[in-house]
Design a protein around this ligand. Sequence first.
Ligand code: SF4
Ligand code: SF4
Ligand code: SF4
Length: 374
Amino acid sequence: MLSIRMGRGEYIPPNTYPREVHVEVTSECNLNCEFCYRRSWDETPRDMDLELYSEIIDQLESIGTEFVWLSGWGEPTYHKNFPELLEIASGRFRLGILTNGVLLGQYAEDIVSHKVEKVVVSVDSLDPEKYGHIRVGSELESLFESIKELKEEKKRQKRKYPSIWFIKVLMKSNLEDLPEEVKRASEIGAVGLILSNLIPTQEHLSDQVLYGRNPDPKTRKVLHIARGKAILSRIKLVEPEFEYRTDRFCPFVGRDQLAINRSGDVSPCLFALHNYVAWIDGRRKKINQIKFGNVMKRPLVDIWWDKKYAEFRAHVELLQFPSCNDCPYEEFCDMASSNELDCWGNSPSCAACPYYRRIVLCPRTELMERLLSH
Ligand code: SF4
Ligand code: SF4
Ligand code: SF4
């Protein structure tokens, strides 16, 4: 039995397995969004090979994974064999897609017939001009058309699923539109709207964040109005935090999620799936990929139970990280310039992660279902 040294005691990790897995089927994308992580990396975007994908799907099935998201740092529907990807996974797991929505109409028949359960569409503004500025390469009208085709296909095939959720990255430039958007999102057919916050990947975007040590009180006011509209419009709203609170919770580790990138590297989360640069709390940070193995070299179950990965999960769950976000030394601390090491000796470190503080959110099936059940 694996035992992990923790302070003066021993910790026996619970008998878990990856229940919910994000598979990055491609790092290519048909858009070039203003704040995309991919703008600050030096990898060459590529599709995941079908052989690798099939291997991952076989392994996930054998370990009992329940939900698979086609997601990651690219546009899953842009994979050149997208219908085949659905076919390979269909009926073996519950399926979800995180998408910019542009190609939903083109693949509506495949998505519905392969029983995809949830489609989460990035819609950061319902103002055509703002949307076009943020989601560079897409137009709001064609996105609406695409969503409409998906809804019509559901009717044609007499299926209740997929449920359509919107996800909006809140910024200063799109905050005030929120209450009106809540109502419109419901009219367009979304059952829920997940709100998240921006992780700036370029310095000038730091001015756009709404969270931090002293968040603007206007954000609270706008959210309050949006909540009222959500109740009236019968749409579910998932809200992030805007201040750094004492409690922390990792939505990935805490819910037995992990992410596999298009090369097969296994990471504990979407935040550290690749190397990139971000401006967190106004400070430039080099985010190094956190990986514990590659599924082509080692079975996923062995990677999951690798001592280093199990220790990392235990540290995340038991909050064994300092907190750079509200540390008075952050401005002067060399360690705060990356996630490589922190002052408690953790390497890699989650000490400045905005997901850990619920500032940035990702779709979580159990939460989405709980919301829809009442
Ligand atoms: S849709 Fe996603 S992956 Fe594509 S450019 Fe936008 S943020 Fe990046
Ligand atoms: S590594 Fe430690 S000292 Fe440095 S900013 Fe983070 S919490 Fe503060
Ligand atoms: S706390 Fe953040 S960096 Fe650490 S595993 Fe969770 S999402 Fe990843």
